[in-house]
Design a protein. Structure first.
Length: 172
């Protein structure tokens, strides 16, 4: 989670919400059930985390709110409609590497990115996209299968926050 927060705050002061890979697991289940949420990979598998840092009063039990996003102002995750337009945060991991090149070298050369604990995080601070387009945009790093960021810890949140702060200074 810190990586995502740092990334958001480092590259743009205008970003308030970003897409993460969080989705509802059972579409017929309650949206407000915190155990009904998981991080999906492009190959259809998912990870059901033991802890999700939800924003206050989240998730809400609205039928069309079946995607997860990170909200900077609340410092946590919200659920929302997939038709909402937000900036995607993509995640590329060494474990998902296809034998092409070194992820750290590629990550350093990407705009608005950060390499933390063998994971490359990148925020697309210029383009806002709906959820489905955001997922597709994470496959633009040659040789890697990327996905929307999985906010798993407070450490990842702080990395993202620092990156967003720096980017705001760079684009002013």
């Amino acid at each position: 989670m810190a990586a995502v927060k740092q990334l958001i705050t480092s590259y743009s002061s205008t970003i308030t919400d970003v897409w993460t890979g969080l989705e509802i697991i059972n579409s017929s289940g309650a949206r407000s059930d915190i155990n009904n949420w998981g991080y999906f990979y492009r190959n259809g598998t998912f990870v059901s985390p033991t802890y999700l840092p939800w924003s206050p009063s989240q998730p809400v039990n609205t039928a069309s709110y079946f995607r997860g996003a990170y909200r900077l102002s609340g410092g946590g995750i919200i659920n929302t409609q997939e038709s909402s337009f937000m900036n995607p945060v993509c995640e590329y991991e060494e474990g998902m590497k296809q034998p092409v090149s070194d992820l750290e070298q590629k990550c350093v050369n990407l705009p608005s990115s950060s390499f933390v604990d063998d994971v490359c995080f990148r925020v697309y601070f210029i383009d806002q996209k709906n959820y489905n387009d955001a997922k597709v945009s994470c496959n633009d790093l040659s040789g890697y299968n990327g996905h929307l960021a999985h906010v798993r810890s407070m450490g990842e949140l702080w990395v993202a926050d620092a990156i967003r702060s720096v980017s705001y200074m760079l684009i002013r």
